[in-house]
Design a protein around this ligand. Structure first.
Ligand code: GRG
Length: 306
């Protein structure tokens, strides 16, 4: 895969996103077993869950942080694929009847609807382990030393597990129909959604080189965009329609879930998202033009319509 970054004029964010999106699609395609590999139905369902949909925000964050760190785009492809596989697994499991019970994801029937529940469970399980196969085996990470490669594995494992995404999901499920303070809501979302977004930024940086102060600045950026992503998700759940979202709108209220909108109101939630965007931009100040894509991604995350 050739590095097309140089071909994109500075500031041409839409073209950059298209190029990174195509890179991610190709890298995921290559990293997933083919549909003729036994068990064929499981592999077909894994590919259905991952390929041809989604905004690819996490892979974009990996590549943008990689640009700050001077990382090889090929190394970022592997890290981006691994993060997106974990994200896709979380969506497949989240949509199952035992969790959020949804029929629509990325504008298509959810995996347990297109296949069946047992297949959906196994798709999530297998995508989770495949993510770590990619980090351990990918030739495009061969330029990294063993310690850096191990950091990628630990970063993704921690962000996905019981002190990250899975733990946040557990807290979320425990609080359906119950009151939650804003502090508790924030802590839950920092785990459930924020941890993987933060890991995306840190893994992009680990694919290259960033000093301690730089990593702390990237962490401040990632914490702000991670929370902003969820605040905006809560806003869109009440303001956008199902066709635009590609998933069922209005589900938070229907499930009686505490959200930023239900706790703060719509306008204060919008102001919070805007404040977080400013915080994200401020965190990048020391990087100059190298962090241009990260700044544009903060704008995308806050100003998105789906
Ligand atoms: C099942 C362990 C486990 C965890 C599930 C992330 C998650 C935890 C569930 C998803 C529920 C949800 C809708 C959360 C709101 C924020 C979010 C992660 C939205 C989906 O991510 P996008 O918008 O999706 O990046 P696309 O399809 O664009 O990739």
């Amino acid at each position: 895969m050739s590095d097309s970054r140089q071909n994109v004029e500075a500031g041409d964010f839409a073209a950059w996103m298209r190029i990174q999106g195509a890179r991610t699609e190709a890298a995921l395609d290559a990293a997933l077993p083919t549909i003729t590999t036994v068990p064929c139905t499981l592999h077909e369902a894994m590919r259905y869950a991952v390929l041809g949909g989604g905004k690819r925000v996490r892979p974009l964050l990996v590549h943008a942080a990689g640009e700050v760190a001077g990382a090889a785009p090929e190394a970022c492809d592997a890290a981006a694929s691994a993060v997106e596989m974990i994200h896709a697994y979380s969506l497949v499991h989240d949509d199952m009847p035992c969790m959020d019970d949804d029929d629509l994801r990325r504008g298509r029937p959810t995996v347990h609807k297109a296949y069946d529940e047992a297949t959906a469970l196994l798709v999530g399980d297998a995508l989770q382990t495949q993510a770590f196969v990619v980090l351990a085996e990918s030739a495009s990470l061969a330029s990294l030393d063993a310690a850096a490669r191990l950091r990628l594995v630990v970063e993704l494992a921690r962000a996905s597990g019981s002190v990250g995404m899975a733990g946040g999901q557990a807290i979320d499920l425990q609080h359906v129909g119950l009151a939650m303070s804003l502090g508790e809501l924030e802590a839950m979302h920092r785990m459930k959604t924020g941890a993987l977004l933060r890991a995306s930024v840190r893994m992009g940086a680990y694919c290259g080189t960033v000093d301690e102060a730089g990593m702390a600045a990237l962490d401040r950026y990632a914490a702000a965009v991670g929370l902003a992503f969820q605040v905006v998700d809560d806003i869109l759940d009440v303001t956008a329609d199902t066709a635009t979202l590609g998933k069922t709108a209005g589900k938070d209220a229907a499930h009686d879930k505490p959200t930023y909108v239900s706790l703060m109101g719509l306008e204060p939630a919008r102001q919070l998202a805007e404040q977080l965007r400013t915080t994200a931009h401020e965190a990048l100040a020391g990087f100059g033009a190298r962090a241009g894509r990260l700044a544009e991604l903060a704008d995308l995350i806050v100003l998105r319509s789906n």
